[in-house]
Design a binder for this molecule. Structure first.
Ligand code: ATP
Ligand code: MG
Length: 425
C-alpha cells in the first residue's frame, strides 16, 4: 500500500458531522448582516506582503512570526491573508468606495496564521469580518456592538459571553501613556517574563496582555491608559456607553484590553467566553481611524470587528449539544431488480412538485431490511417503497416511519398530493 497523504497540521477538514452546524450559523450571520443594511464584499485570499506589514505593524505577533509568505513564480512576495481588515481597506481605496460616501461592509472566509495549533487556535481558520468607513461618532461603534449582542441572542449564546470594553485614546494620548508605562516597567524589568522584556522596547502596550503571573502582579500597580485619555476620547467612550446602557447591553470596562494589531484607536472591545479554555475571545474589534490614510487614502474614520468562526462553532456546540435532526423528509426505497429507475424518477417528480421537500433515493440496491434501516437513520418521516409489483402497477407503498399508522398503497401520480396534505414543509 502506498503511503497516505494527510492534511497539513493546523488545517482542518470540516466534515458532515459538523458542517450542518456551520451552515446554520452562517445563515444566521447572513440574516443579521441583512437586518442592519450591511453589504457583502468578497476579497482575495492572497495579497502582496507589504500590505500587511504596513497595515498591521512590523512589530506585531502576526507580522513578526505568523504570516504565510512566499515568493510567487515572478519573484513577488505574497502572503496568505492573516486577517481581513488590511485587504478590505486596500479594496475600498482601490475602488473609491469611501469617496463622498459611507460604507457598511462584511465578509467571511479563511485566514492563515502560523501558530501552534490547539483547541480554538488553528493555522487556517475562518472569520466573519465587519468594517465600516466614514463614520466617526460613537453611534456607529454602538451599532456594531448591538449587532454582535443580537447575534449571541439569535444563537442562544447570550449567557455564555461577556463584553469587555476599553478606549485606547488617540495616538498622542497613547504615546504619553506608553512612556509612563515603560518608565514604570523598567523599574521591574528583572521580574518581567522574557516576552515582556523583549516587548518593553518594541511593543510595550502588548505587555498589558501578558498571561504571566509575575508580570500580571507588577501590572496591578502600573499606570492605566484611562488616566491619559483626552476630552474627545472620553466623550466618545461616554457616548458609546450611554447607548449600551440604554439598550441593556452589559459590559466590563477593562483598561488593560489592548489589541494585537497596531492600527486601533479609541474604542476597542472583545466578546469573551469562559467555555473554551484559554482561547476565549470569540469576537474582537475596534476603531482604526488612521489606517486608510496609512495605506495611502484620505483620512477616513473606520471601525470594525472580526468573529473567529471556529471558536463560535465550538461555543455553539458546547451550549447546544444536539446533533443534526434529519437529512430527509422522504426516503424512496427501490427493492428488487429493475426498480431503481422508477425510484429515481419518482424522486424527480416529487422535487418538481414540492421544491422544499428533501428526498433521499436509495441507490445501489440492498434488501428491504437494509433499505428500511437507512430510511430510519435518515430521519425521514415517510418511506416510499417501490418493489417490482408496484413498478408494474404504477403504485407505491407509503410507510409512516415516525407514527403508528397504517401503511397505504397510492398511485405514483398521487404521492405529491398526499405529501402536500400530510406533511408540513
Ligand atoms: P488571540 O489573542 O486569540 O491570538 P488575536 O488578537 O490574534 O487573538 P484577532 O486578530 O483579533 O485575534 O482575530 C479576531 C478573532 O479571530 C479572534 O478573536 C479569534 O476569535 C479568531 N482567531 C484569531 N486567531 C485565530 C486562530 N489562529 N485560530 C482560530 N481563531 C483565531
Ligand atoms: Mg493571535
Amino acid at each position: 500500500m502506498s503511503q497516505k497523504i494527510t492534511a497539513i497540521r493546523g488545517f482542518n477538514d470540516i466534515l458532515p458531522a459538523e458542517s450542518w452546524r456551520w451552515g446554520e450559523v452562517e445563515a444566521v450571520l447572513r440574516d443579521l448582516m441583512r437586518a442592519y443594511g450591511y453589504h457583502e464584499i468578497r476579497l482575495p485570499i492572497v495579497e502582496s506582503t507589504p500590505l500587511f506589514a504596513r497595515a498591521i505593524g512590523e512589530v506585531t505577533d502576526i507580522v513578526e512570526k505568523e504570516m504565510y509568505s512566499f515568493a510567487d513564480r515572478g519573484g513577488e512576495s505574497l502572503t496568505l491573508r492573516p486577517e481581513g481588515t488590511a485587504g478590505c481597506v486596500r479594496a475600498v481605496l482601490e475602488h473609491g468606495l469611501t469617496y463622498n460616501q459611507t460604507q457598511r461592509l462584511w465578509y467571511t472566509g479563511p485566514m492563515f496564521r502560523y501558530e501552534r495549533p490547539q483547541k480554538g487556535r488553528y493555522r487556517q481558520f475562518h472569520q466573519l469580518g465587519v468594517e465600516t468607513f466614514g463614520m466617526s461618532g460613537p453611534d456607529i461603534d454602538a451599532e456594531i456592538i448591538l449587532m454582535t449582542a443580537r447575534l449571541w441572542r439569535s444563537l442562544g449564546l447570550e449567557k455564555a459571553v461577556r463584553l469587555e470594553l476599553n478606549s485606547l485614546g488617540e495616538l498622542d494620548e497613547r504615546a504619553r501613556f506608553r512612556s509612563a508605562l515603560v518608565q514604570y516597567l523598567e523599574k521591574h524589568r528583572e521580574t518581567l517574563d522574557e516576552d515582556s522584556q523583549r516587548r518593553l522596547a518594541s511593543n510595550p502596550l502588548r505587555i498589558l496582555d501578558s498571561k504571566d503571573p509575575a508580570t500580571q502582579k507588577i501590572l496591578e500597580a502600573a499606570p492605566t491608559l484611562t488616566d491619559f485619555l483626552g476630552p474627545d476620547s472620553r466623550r466618545h467612550l461616554d457616548g458609546l456607553r450611554a447607548v449600551l446602557d440604554a439598550a441593556g447591553v452589559a459590559y466590563v470596562l477593562n483598561p488593560r484590553l489592548v489589541r494585537g494589531l497596531d492600527y486601533y484607536n479609541k474604542t476597542v472591545f472583545e466578546w469573551v467566553t469562559s467555555e473554551l479554555g484559554a482561547q476565549g475571545t470569540v469576537c474582537a474589534g475596534g476603531r482604526y481611524d488612521g489606517l486608510v490614510e496609512q495605506l495611502g487614502g484620505q483620512h477616513t474614520p473606520a471601525i470594525g470587528f472580526a468573529i473567529g468562526l471556529e471558536r463560535l462553532l465550538l461555543l455553539h456546540a458546547a451550549v447546544h449539544a444536539e446533533t443534526e435532526s434529519s437529512e430527509a423528509d422522504v426516503f424512496v426505497a427501490a427493492v428488487g431488480d429493475g426498480t431503481a429507475p422508477a425510484a429515481l424518477l419518482l424522486g424527480e417528480t416529487l422535487r418538481d412538485a414540492l421544491p422544499d421537500l428533501r428526498v433521499l433515493v436509495n441507490c445501489s440496491g440492498g434488501s428491504f431490511k437494509s433499505q428500511f434501516k437507512k430510511a430510519d437513520k435518515s430521519g425521514a418521516r415517510f418511506a416510499l417503497v417501490l418493489g417490482q409489483d408496484e413498478v408494474e402497477k404504477g403504485t407505491v407503498s407509503v410507510k409512516w416511519l415516525r407514527e403508528e399508522r397504517e401503511q397505504q398503497s397510492l398511485a405514483q401520480s398521487e404521492v405529491a398530493a398526499f405529501l402536500r396534505e400530510n406533511h408540513t414543509l
